[in-house]
Design a protein around this ligand. Structure first.
Ligand SMILES: Nc1nc2c(c(=O)[nH]1)N[C@H]1C(S)=C(S)[C@@H](COP(=O)(O)O)O[C@H]1N2
Ligand SMILES: [Mo]
Length: 431
């Protein structure tokens, strides 16, 4: 089974087909009468970050322009080697071999947008409001967050609930993600828990409700594209950050600059980007993409293609145990003895075992597996593959979590194509 390819195209065809929209979405730049248009501060910073220095003649850059220095297939601005699945909204995933590092560089962190990101972003005046059922409603700038709370840096895994959707049969509607809607960058910020404690959580609170500054695809004023939340018990755990830095630098514009939530282990849709407000509610949040069948799965095993009544869907909470082979790449030619490595993660649990098969699942060898560097980080693993003869082999990896649950070879179908944690297979030629 392979994912559908028809919706994929690279950023250059996006610029070629619709340069004005492309410019607006990537750089926040709107055309004026002489087809040049003013690059706003964030747009200019994005472009400068791409080329690695300032651009003295930036005022002369025509609309619809991608700097030649970064021109290559399938590149998203400020992103390196991602596959663009969709351009409105922008959705891009990372090929597994580009996720090889323990900490995912910003340039390789996937992008999943439900709406249009804000373009007027000034970190100096950005405000976050905490309200709802709290004793002390607060509005905080990023400087307030930094000065009033402990600032921490943690490696945290974000995975889209729809990662792997492209492999469902019958196909599920939505982005046809393969393997790469997952990443583990290093995030710096303050603990959500500390901020909520200061706000004073009232006893009737059951759920959080997150709001960001992106706008709905329809452009309708005040209409949100996505507003999700988590149960208050989850919100009060130690590894959820309100983050203002990613890998030691300000957040990438597509990953939520200047402020976002990072919620490891749960569908990354709970990790609101361009974060403006966290409201505490006395009911389960019912914002866009919280209700109906969004980020929900049937409450029972269903057969492939079965119609499931909306009331039989439940909200996805923790993500299931999963792993990736990040070296070698699929289709690589390798030696008869080669290192094999990757990452594994298990929602709120830890991974206790990682096994690799080189013979289509007949036998398994146990890989060396690191503990997570902190709670919420993926775990790195490695082993040596030894092949007796030249030929085509497949490397299969399967992780087992701390509750003894192992990644399956195939998973039960669900209507929206969520939670695909089937084992990753990589084909290699050994010689
Ligand atoms: N404001 C806002 N936050 C958002 C989204 C969005 O569309 N708008 N998408 C969510 C989804 S579905 C995912 S998977 C993650 C993706 O984070 P990333 O784009 O930084 O990889 O952001 C989440 N936060
Ligand atoms: Mo997502």
């Amino acid at each position: 089974m392979s994912p559908k390819d028809d919706s994929k195209h690279d950023v250059y065809s996006f610029f070629a087909d619709d340069p004005e929209t492309a410019d607006k979405e990537f750089f926040g730049r709107v055309a004026n009468s002489d087809r040049r248009g003013f690059l706003k501060r964030t747009g200019l910073a994005t472009m400068a970050a791409m080329v690695g220095t300032s651009i003295p003649f930036h005022r002369n850059i025509p609309i619809g322009f991608v700097p030649a220095a970064v021109a290559a297939d399938n590149v998203l601005v400020g992103k390196d080697g991602l596959t663009l699945l969709n351009d409105r909204p922008v959705n891009a995933e990372t090929p597994p071999e580009l996720l090889d590092e323990a900490i995912t560089p910003t340039s390789r962190h996937f992008v999943r947008n439900n709406g249009i990101p804000p373009t007027e972003v000034d970190p100096a005046t950005w405000e976050l409001t905490i309200d709802g059922f709290v004793d002390n409603p607060m509005t905080l700038t990023i400087a307030d967050l930094r000065s009033q709370f402990e600032v921490v840096t943690m490696a945290l895994t974000l995975e889209c609930g729809g990662n792997g959707r492209g492999f469902f049969n019958p196909p599920a509607k939505g982005n046809q993600w393969t393997y790469g809607a997952v990443a583990c960058s290093e995030w710096t910020g303050v603990r959500l828990k500390d901020v909520l404690e200061k706000a004073g959580v009232q006893s009737n609170v059951v759920y959080t409700a997150h709001t960001g500054a992106d706008t709905h695809l329809s452009g309708k004023e005040g209409k949100l594209s996505l507003s999700r939340g988590v149960p208050i018990e989850k919100a009060m755990t130690d590894n959820i950050l309100i983050a203002f830095e990613m890998n030691g630098a300000p957040l990438h514009p597509m990953n939520g600059a200047p402020l976002r939530l990072v919620v490891p282990g749960w569908p990354a849709s709970t990790a609101q980007k361009w974060l403006k407000r966290i409201q505490l509610r006395d009911v389960v949040h019912d914002g866009p993409k919280m209700t109906g069948t969004a980020y929900r799965v049937p409450n029972r095993k269903v057969s492939a293609g079965e119609e499931v009544a909306t009331e039989d869907f439940v909200i996805i909470e923790r993500m299931p145990v999963k792993s990736l082979v990040t070296f070698p790449a699929n289709n690589a030619s390798i030696g008869l003895e080669s290192e094999v490595r990757g990452h594994a993660w298990a929602g709120d649990r830890t991974v206790t075992k990682l096994e690799v098969s080189l013979d289509f699942g007949a036998t398994w060898q146990t890989a060396e597996l690191d503990a997570p560097v902190n709670s919420g980080a993926w775990q790195n693993w490695r082993t040596t593959a030894k092949f007796a003869k030249v030929g085509y082999y497949e490397i299969w990896a399967r992780a087992t979590d701390s509750d003894g649950v192992m990644q399956p070879f195939a998973i039960d179908w669900n209507p929206k194509g969520y939670l695909n944690n089937t084992m990753h297979r990589v084909g290699v030629r050994a010689s």
